[in-house]
Design a protein around this ligand. Structure first.
Ligand code: GLU
Length: 374
């Protein structure tokens, strides 16, 4: 069964909506769109599906409320606007959901909630409890209090992280473009909408975000990043237009709408999802091709395969594992501090035992504490 057929049976769906869908180009609130979105979500919930809405728009709606035409530059002012806009946004969702017989609840998250294992589990349990009680979680980043270090940054990433956190079956990102094109549709009349992207290759990434990007203007790069997170966690992801009626219903009926990213075969376990995407990345290690080959056959990472390392990480930190040409192949918990890795990289375990003062680990990153991204 293909991904579009499979989604018909999906039980748990995350839907992400962006500011450009919620507001008119003039900056005013698009009540028609918010009402129709809410109605479609309510209807999906009535079909017995569990719905989670990840919404942007706090800052944009705050600007409307405060009568501002221009987005302020200062972070504090934006945060103050988010505090006002978030309330109005929730008021609108609550009003429409209530009219359509549903109960919504607000969850505001920061990166910290994903990087701390107990907060992560707690957040997951809260959202799952809401779903069990028939409440529709409406999630945004906690913009009013986040600082740069604890910011997830964009709601595409947030929605994929949430989808991974709750083991969603599907993630639908509603955008101002109706999917991923093979060229810039504004410049090239021959540009084709890609109905399915079976694998996120370097060519796909380049298409989405590289210099002179085909469709980069609509924030496609963060959507492709989101697709990596979602599909690696076993979630089927869609990018479709938020600007037309019936999109969600049509996707859920298996119709060919937007672009679908089928999930990676192996469903990652909850802890692995947390490990790969929630925790703050403290460093990077570069590994050789032999190590990459070994990883594909289920091995751990040994010091012998490490070419170089960057960052001030400590034993227990999460690091990215890259090839020499910067392709991310894994993330995991490293067993040694950065200083020690500098000394032992490229060496066999038997050649560095005397350099290790604490516990000796044969593996620099053990297989069980690592998520493969390839
Ligand atoms: N959290 C931001 C807001 O609600 C939006 C971030 C995004 O659009 O990706 O205004």
């Amino acid at each position: 069964m293909n991904s579009r057929e499979q989604i018909k049976n999906a039980k748990r769906i995350v839907v992400k909506v962006g500011t450009s869908t919620l507001l008119y180009p003039s900056g005013k609130i698009n009540l028609y769109r918010i009402e129709h979105l809410t109605r479609e979500l309510a209807d999906l919930a009535s079909q017995g599906r569990e719905i989670i809405l990840v919404t942007s728009g706090a800052i944009g709606v705050g600007m409307v409320r405060m009568g501002l035409a221009k987005r302020p530059d200062s972070v504090q002012e934006k945060q103050a606007l988010a505090s006002v806009g978030q309330v109005l946004l929730m008021h609108l969702y609550d009003k429409f959901f209530t009219e359509y017989g549903q109960i919504a609840g607000q969850v505001l998250l920061t990166k910290e909630n994903f990087s701390n294992h107990s907060q992560y589990i707690n957040g997951r349990n809260t959202v799952l409890t809401m779903l069990k009680k028939g409440i529709i979680p409406v999630i945004n980043e906690n913009d009013a209090v986040t600082t740069a270090e604890v910011k997830i940054g964009d709601n595409d990433t947030l929605s994929a992280t949430v989808a991974a956190m709750v083991d969603a079956d599907g993630l639908i990102i509603l955008s101002d473009i109706d999917g991923v094109y093979d060229a810039n549709p504004q410049k090239n009349p021959e540009a084709r909408l890609l109905s399915e992207i079976p694998e996120i290759t370097q060519a796909v990434e380049k298409m989405a975000g590289g210099a002179g990007s085909a469709v980069g203007t609509g924030g496609m790069a963060t959507k492709i990043e989101a697709a990596k997170i979602a599909t690696a966690a076993g979630v089927t992801m869609f990018i479709a237009s938020g600007g037309s009626d019936g999109t969600l219903r049509r996707i859920m009926q298996g119709e060919t709408v937007g672009t679908v990213f089928p999930p990676k075969d192996a469903h990652l376990r909850v802890r692995k999802g947390w490990l790969a995407f929630g925790r703050r990345i403290s460093g990077v290690i570069f590994v050789d091709s032999g190590c990459v080959k070994a990883l594909k056959t289920g091995s751990s990472i040994l010091a012998a395969g490490i070419l170089a390392s960057e960052g001030e990480y400590r034993a227990g930190s999460t690091v990215r594992v890259l090839t020499a040409d910067y392709q991310e192949i894994a993330r995991g918990t490293i067993n040694y501090d950065a200083e020690l890795i500098e000394k032992i990289k490229g060496k066999k375990t038997s050649d560095f035992t005397e350099l290790v003062t604490g516990t000796l680990h044969e593996e620099v990153i053990h297989r069980d504490n690592m998520v493969l991204m390839i």
